[in-house]
Write a protein that binds this ligand. Sequence first.
Ligand code: CA
Length: 202
Amino acid sequence: MKKAIALIVLIFAVSSSMQYRFEESEELSEESVNQSQRDERQQIFSIIRNDYNKALQIQVEVQTTNEPEVVPFSNNSYVIPYFTANWHKSVEYCNYLGLRLAMIDSREKEAGLYAAVKASDVYSSGSTLVWVGASDLADEGNFHWHGTGRRVAYSNWARRQPDNAGAEHCVEVGLHEYPSLSMQWQWNDRDCKANRYFVCEG
Ligand SMILES: [Ca+2]
């Protein structure tokens, strides 16, 4: 009986002591969260938040660059996606990239654009045509640059172009032999619904 009482007392004492230690440690931890530790926690949360945001950013970038049909070629400020689209879709896609369908406002710029096209995967020595961002959709006969709204001042039309044959309102440039039209790195007005490679610029 005495042994039993002793055991009960012992158990009580041990459990009380554990309880006390537990409470003590709780109290200690409460006390120990001083300002500097709170600041430290805040800093850690902030790092986690930043990393999370960074991770999101990386994910978005990976999603953007991993689209299988797009093999962008970058030269200076040009991006030339490796797929064809009608003129309107080309405008949209350049905008989607945060860019615009390319403008040509000088002989130098035209030479730079052709150099970029020639160095890209879309180039073929027999025929290479790309959309640029000019059209007379809004005002027949008066070509304007979509990206700036400015009238086309500099131009390099192929012979007898623009001819609005049928209904041609968008500007393709490059190298091509049509049955009745020879384009030697020159411009032609063309049906906006035709599919062409295109050049975006930053
Ligand atoms: Ca034409």
